[in-house]
Design a protein around this ligand. Structure first.
Ligand code: MG
Length: 232
């Protein structure tokens, strides 16, 4: 399908584009995959790489509790979950800083230039990337919703509802770009048109089944799709 065909599916009169961070702005999911695999291995769990992409978006402690329940058939104490989480943070800090997903450093300024509001909604609370959003993508800190700002993480709609409320626009005037099935579910539960970018190793139907309105094979096509949409 051409960029023009895809852009014709996008609702008219959008005012605000909301981006997820990991796997959408930064090509960081490989780091999450490696860190999850390593920290779970330390407690005797053979965590499949594919699952790192399925759980993505969920708060870290919830992922740890669910994985321990699933693989070890028992509950994790809060202390144990915290220890595994800190182990994961340690592995993440040892990995190279991820590069941008293709084209995203150009897309965000282009959207702002055309008068659209740009927000970031992420389940992350790791400062490594959160602190770089300003310098790398021109993000205003007031336009970032992170794990620190919500009670309920993705797939709950709260993070996206908070961005919509903060933007001052209606959900129908917003569009979300997500790479994770749970992120797509959160966005759709907030009633927002959602483009999924399959930047990881998931089967594309997983993103479609999560409710994505459009599934793209990566971030590359976004610029030409938005150029078509904005007629620039
Ligand atoms: Mg993501």
């Amino acid at each position: 399908m051409s960029a023009a065909d895809i852009s014709s599916q996008i609702p008219e009169n959008l005012k605000c584009i909301i981006f997820d961070m990991d796997g959408v702005l930064y090509d960081s999911m490989k780091n999450h995959e490696k860190s999850w695999t390593a920290c779970f291995k330390n407690i005797g769990i053979d965590f499949p790489a594919y699952d790192a992409y399925l759980y993505e978006g969920k708060p870290g402690h919830h992922t740890i509790q669910e994985v321990i329940k699933k693989h070890l058939n028992r509950d994790a104490s809060a202390d144990e979950a915290e220890a595994v989480y800190q182990d994961k943070v340690k592995y993440m800090s040892q990995l190279p800083t991820p590069v941008f997903c293709p084209g995203m450093d150009k897309l965000l300024p282009l959207l702002r230039k055309e008068g659209l509001a740009v927000w970031v909604v992420t389940g992350s609370k790791q400062p490594t990337l959160l602190n770089k959003l300003g310098a790398d993508f021109g993000m205003d800190p007031a336009h970032i919703i992170s794990a620190k700002d919500v009670i309920n993480g993705k797939p709950h709609p709260e993070p996206y509802l908070k961005a919509v409320a903060g933007s001052g626009f209606k959900a129908s005037q917003c569009l979300v770009v997500e790479n994770a099935p749970l992120g797509v579910k959160a966005s759709k539960a907030a009633d927002i048109f959602t483009i999924a970018v399959n930047t990881g190793i998931l089967k594309p139907e997983v993103l479609k089944n999560a409710g994505a309105d459009i599934v793209l094979p990566g971030t590359e096509p976004l610029i030409s799709i938005f150029e078509n949409y904005l007629k620039i």
